[in-house]
Design a protein around this ligand. Structure first.
Ligand code: 4AD
Ligand code: MG
Length: 480
């Protein structure tokens, strides 16, 4: 008989049907008269309780049913006597598909630390926490596409392998087929990539933005949602070497339009989670509460996970300029009492995540959009403001996260853009294709990037970015 998933079983209107379930044993309890098995198949956070008469099954089979073993069970679904569950399954036949030796299977029914689970990333989807996170992650991916599709945006696949450094930060992973022991050299001693597969230097992309701009200047409103790679050696709870980024790019949008879209999108995604991931979020909220209770009083969050999500969904974000933010930070008690690790002493300083979080969590107590940053601390492609000092950048800062979105209006003027590239010593010639958009039918346009795992941190209440992606890539970590 065809298998029914536990999620669908729990939604049935009536019991007294025969069903086949397949999944993994979470726990087993037994005595002479009855055996209880909690089975989970990943379709929902909820387990299905299997009840069996031990005399109906041979002893060898019962012995093999241990935490982690996989089963196929046929039985009659009946209304449950016990509290907390609607149905249970009276087992007629139990097939053990795969055993899990209790001496060796690392996931026993007890609390495992997140650090331990990171070491067994291949098995952690079998825990409640990670299966919940992965289901929420799926819902958020779906909601991203739904949001843009409903607005008439087109999804564009931008290349993973590229010759250009979109952010100009030089944090790229090289892609090569050359034999590292015998790298061909040019006359001036540099590696000669002409002999390489692409006949030039090639890297993993840090952002799909540049190609996004090319297509937005044809299809008007597009977005990319792909993997991006950064070889920055920052071992923090907010950085991955491989992360997923949502990058919309819109022709005829100025910075204001850009902010409006980003705010609308974030609210939509958070609302989608609240409406569609209720069981998993309830579980994650309890998990976050347990974690909070281990923290010092002053470090505890005032709001619970769901309250935080509702707060973002319902409240307008604060919008202010970098210059205004610097004044607030400079005059803050935190700065005066030297509580920041990096003190703010002058205009022009790059904001650290401690400053971003101060603005959001202590000062405004709301998400914040900061605009008009000094051009020196932002990328070459941003639109230069008339003051000659700032660019039309925007960063969105979230409680508990810091920067969740980075974007800008783009410099659409060919001369201004090439001059800026010259100032930064960039090779404008190799970016002729990008500059062509400014030569042929250029228009004002804008876009931004949402770090998908930063969004996942916010929505799930997890505190380490390694725990919201199935297989995190960080310095020293690429085994599986
Ligand atoms: O601010 P970033 O570097 O901006 C860009 O890449 C632009 N090209 C985006 C655009 O305008 N189309 O990155 C955008 C976002 C950040 O706000 C952050 O949420 C996330 O990407 N991000 C990271 N997430 C995880 N690990 C990292 N190492 C990240 N670096 C950036
Ligand atoms: Mg940024």
């Amino acid at each position: 008989k065809k298998r029914t998933k536990i999620k669908d079983i729990l939604q049935l209107a009536e019991a007294n049907v025969t069903v086949t379930v397949k999944g993994w044993v979470r726990t087993k309890r037994e005595n002479k008269n009855v055996v209880f098995i909690n089975l989970n198949d990943g379709s929902t956070i909820n387990n299905l309780q299997i009840v069996g008469d031990p005399t109906k099954f041979d002893e060898a089979t019962l012995k093999k049913i241990t935490t982690g073993a996989s089963l196929s069970v046929v039985g009659l679904l009946v209304a449950s006597q016990g509290s907390g569950q609607k149905f249970e399954l009276q087992a007629d036949t139990i097939d053990v598909l795969g055993v899990a030796d209790p001496e060796k299977f690392p996931l026993q029914p007890k609390k495992h630390s997140l650090e331990f689970l990171r070491e067994i990333a291949h098995l952690r989807p079998r825990t409640n926490t990670f299966s919940a996170i992965l289901r929420v992650r799926h819902s958020m991916i779906f909601a991203v596409h739904k949001f843009f599709h409903e607005k008439g945006f087109f999804n564009i696949h931008t290349p993973i392998i590229t010759a250009s450094d979109a952010e100009g930060a030089g944090e790229m992973f090289r892609v090569t087929t050359l034999d590292l022991d015998k790298l061909p050299k040019t006359e001036d001693g540099k590696v000669d990539f002409k002999e390489d597969f692409f006949e030039r230097e090639a890297n993993l992309t840090v952002s799909g933005q540049l190609e996004g701009e090319l297509t937005a200047l044809a299809l008007s409103e597009i977005y990319t949602f792909g993997p991006t790679f950064r070889a920055e050696n920052s071992n923090t709870t907010r950085h991955l070497a491989e992360f997923w980024m949502i990058e919309p790019e819109m022709a005829f949008y100025d910075l204001e339009d850009n902010m409006d879209l980003a705010e609308e999108m974030l609210k939509y995604l958070v609302t989608y989670a609240l409406e569609n991931c209720q069981e998993d979020l309830a579980f994650l909220e309890q998990r976050a509460k347990d974690e909070e209770s281990t923290k010092k009083q002053e470090e505890r969050s005032e709001l619970s996970l769901l309250e935080r999500l509702r707060f973002v969904a319902d409240n307008e974000f604060v919008r202010l300029t970098y210059t205004e933010a610097i004044d607030i930070l400079r005059n803050s008690n935190y700065n005066k009492k030297k509580k920041f690790q990096y003190l703010i002493d002058a205009w022009g300083a790059d904001l650290q995540s401690e400053h971003e979080r101060y603005l959001v969590e202590k000062h405004f107590k709301k998400p914040v959009i900061l605009i008009n940053y000094p051009k020196e601390i932002k990328s070459f492609y941003m639109k230069q403001n008339d003051d000659g000092k700032t660019v039309a950048a925007m960063d969105i800062l979230f409680p508990g996260i810091g920067e969740i979105v980075g974007g800008s209006q783009r410099e659409e003027n060919y001369d201004k853009l090439t001059n800026r590239m010259k100032e930064l010593d960039m090779d404008a010639e190799s970016m002729w294709w990008f500059l062509d958009t400014r030569r042929f039918g250029t228009v004002p346009h804008s876009g931004f990037g949402l770090g998908f795992e930063r969004l996942m941190l916010f929505v799930t209440g997890m505190s380490n970015i390694r725990d919201v992606i199935p297989f995190p890539r960080t310095p020293g970590n690429a085994e599986f």
